[in-house]
Design a protein around this ligand. Structure first.
Ligand code: FRU
Length: 610
């Protein structure tokens, strides 16, 4: 028998009672602790529980243990189910961190939480509390990279610029540091470096989780949501008892992207294939229509629309082109100028998981032409990768950037091990924002990704080293790096016949990232096998290599931020993004050469002061 507590009964619960006890079949754990916090918990058979919350406080703080099995919370206000429910790993034996459940929408109502699949003996019952504030403890925390407010993050989503602000949404689980409950989290920045949390933007609904997508500014009000409304496109992903179902939905904002309203007639596009997701929408000016490109299994599909609501299938791309080691995801299609030619080409970004060059997820791209309906790859036999590290995925670009720059950002991680990363209170980091352009190398059009120019504005006082020559395998460390692990090193190197140009960043604990330019193979290599903590997943300790042509001269910009290193060679012609988890920040830098020598003709070290 299930018994509910009346308000009167709650007051007669003995305040000193800490043990589990039972009244007519319902169990109350740690009643004193809970009562003190304005919460009553009722336990029933089969690991079912009811939490009676007093929504006078803004948040219910829920204790999470990442290794606990998932339970489920359904909010019930005045006897009616509210929202799509939450899957959550409520703490059983230990609390890893707390997550906030925002109760503000339920003020003045009778709110109960129907909690399933959580045993009465779990630690969470005595740890749950109410609060008007929440501040997440996140560690180790990068200093100048975008991370979620708390909880899990994967792909960047829905990025647009408007009214002086860059908006960045992201795949977010606000209720844990593992994947699930996919929302769009939201952050806002004026300079692509300092990000402010803007709270969850879109929450799961009857059509499912809110998967990845994009956003546009509808200047001409083609959709009827208002002039300059921001219209967001996302995949509604619904795991049903029979199979997953993915459809495309829209939401709009008439306050510049601060809040979104879901369109009442979602979904707007359905299909008969299962993997059908991640719509990227843009305006195709010559045809005066909108284009949607989205991933469909291991192909991309292209649709067109005049009103953003009804979509016509136009073409598919990629069945026999590029890498196919995994499913295609998160596409983008942008037009860029080929440097120094005045010619423009279209670039199709295609994220793939698994099947990346070093295992797991990665971003490939194609260059060619697009007529508003069909993309034609100009080099159908080539596979081109955007980044040669292990940790650059789901790369997509901002829409509506005022100065015509094409700015991209990637999720700085890999599906192979994201869930095991030694991060606490959050999981997931984005790369620094990168400006994309095209260049020609030996008749092949290639993509260049350079750090956005805003990164220059956070350089602190430079430590400028005099030019020096490096000869020999011995690598003496110069402990000259700025404190705190957040810095940029810019250097120019001229080769004088060395076979290997070696650069090492490390700490006094002996942890290091080794990099070298391997002249005979024309490759830039980065080795993080001894970089710090690597044992949390067998796929993490890795050596990655980028094809790099240098003509005897090489410029490097290396960005370190406690848990990552991003390498930009020759202005972004080769790029490598890798996570690292040193137990203390790298403070030293050393060089070595194999066979001949090389000269470091300039070496500038900047603390990054965000
Ligand atoms: C890519 C991806 C997308 C999907 C999202 C779900 O990392 O699998 O295809 O929309 O993550 O979180």
């Amino acid at each position: 028998m299930i018994m509910r507590l009346s308000d009167d009964m709650k007051h007669i619960l003995p305040a000193c009672l800490f043990a589990v006890f039972s009244i007519s079949g319902a169990f109350f754990t740690d009643a004193a602790a809970a009562e003190r916090k304005g919460i009553t918990v009722m336990h029933m058979s089969n690991e079912q529980n009811i939490i009676d919350v007093c929504p006078e406080h803004r948040y219910l703080l829920l204790p999470v243990q990442d290794s606990a099995p998932e339970g489920r919370i359904q909010l019930v206000a005045d006897n009616n189910v509210c929202g799509a429910g939450i899957n959550i790993r409520l703490a059983r034996e230990k609390v890893d961190y707390f997550v906030p459940l925002d109760l503000s929408a339920y003020r003045g109502r009778n709110l109960r939480l129907d909690v399933q699949a959580v045993p009465a003996s779990s630690l969470c019952w005595s740890e749950i509390s109410c609060s008007d504030t929440f501040s997440a403890e996140l560690s180790p925390k990068p200093l100048y990279h975008h991370i979620p407010a708390h909880g899990w993050m994967n792909d960047p989503n829905g990025m647009f610029w408007k009214d002086g602000k860059y908006h960045l949404f992201y795949q977010s689980n606000p209720y844990g540091c593992t994947w699930g409950n996919m929302h769009w989290g939201h952050s806002v920045s004026e300079d692509l470096i300092h990000w402010e949390d803007a709270g969850p933007a879109l929450a799961p609904d009857a059509w499912g989780y809110i998967f990845s997508g994009s956003a546009v500014v509808d200047k001409e009000n083609t959709a009827g949501f208002g002039e300059n409304a921001v219209v967001a496109f996302y995949t509604s992903s619904k795991p049903t008892r029979w199979s997953d179902c993915q459809t495309q939905s829209i939401a709009y904002s008439t306050d510049g992207g601060r809040t979104f309203t879901k369109y009442g007639s979602n979904p707007v596009l359905v299909s008969d294939i299962q993997d059908f997701r991640d719509p990227k929408v843009f305006w195709y000016a010559p045809g005066k229509h909108w284009v949607m490109i989205l991933a469909a299994g291991q192909q991309m599909r292209i649709y067109s629309s005049r009103d953003l609501k009804s979509w016509t299938y136009e073409s598919s791309f990629g069945q026999t082109q590029g890498a196919h080691g995994g499913v295609w995801e998160c596409p983008d299609l942008v037009e860029l100028e080929v440097e120094g030619t005045g010619e423009k080409k279209w670039v199709l970004l295609c994220n793939i998981n698994p099947g990346g060059p070093f295992g797991g997820s990665a971003t490939q791209y194609f260059t060619g032409s697009f007529d508003g309906k069909k993309f034609v790859n100009e080099a159908p036999t080539l596979t081109k990768w955007m980044d040669w590290g292990k940790d650059n995925y789901a790369t997509v670009t901002w829409s509506n950037v005022p100065d015509g720059r094409c700015i991209a950002i990637g999720w700085m991680s890999n599906w192979q091990y994201q869930v095991d990363l030694p991060q606490k209170g959050y999981r997931g980091t984005n790369t620094i924002a990168r400006e994309l352009s095209l260049y020609e190398r030996d008749g092949v059009t290639c993509l260049k990704s350079a750090p956005v120019r805003e990164m220059l504005s956070v350089r602190g006082d430079v430590l400028e080293k005099k030019p020096f020559r490096v000869s020999g395998m011995e690598c003496a460390m110069d402990w000259c790096l700025p404190d705190g692990g957040a810095f940029e090193v810019e250097m120019k190197i001229r080769n004088n016949g060395a076979e290997k140009i070696g650069i090492v960043f490390g700490n006094k604990a002996g942890e290091q990232v080794k990099m070298y330019y391997d002249v005979s193979h024309g490759q830039f290599v980065a080795d993080r096998t001894e970089s710090g903590e690597t044992g949390f997943n067998a796929n993490f300790a890795a050596v990655t290599a980028a094809p790099a042509e240098t003509d005897g001269e090489m410029t490097l910009r290396l960005f370190f931020d406690r848990t990552s290193v991003e390498i930009f060679g020759n202005g972004g012609e080769f790029v490598m993004t890798n996570l690292i988890f040193p137990t203390e920040p790298y403070s030293g830098l050393g060089f070595y050469s194999d066979r001949g020598s090389f000269t470091v003709t300039s070496l500038d070290i900047y603390p990054i002061v965000p």
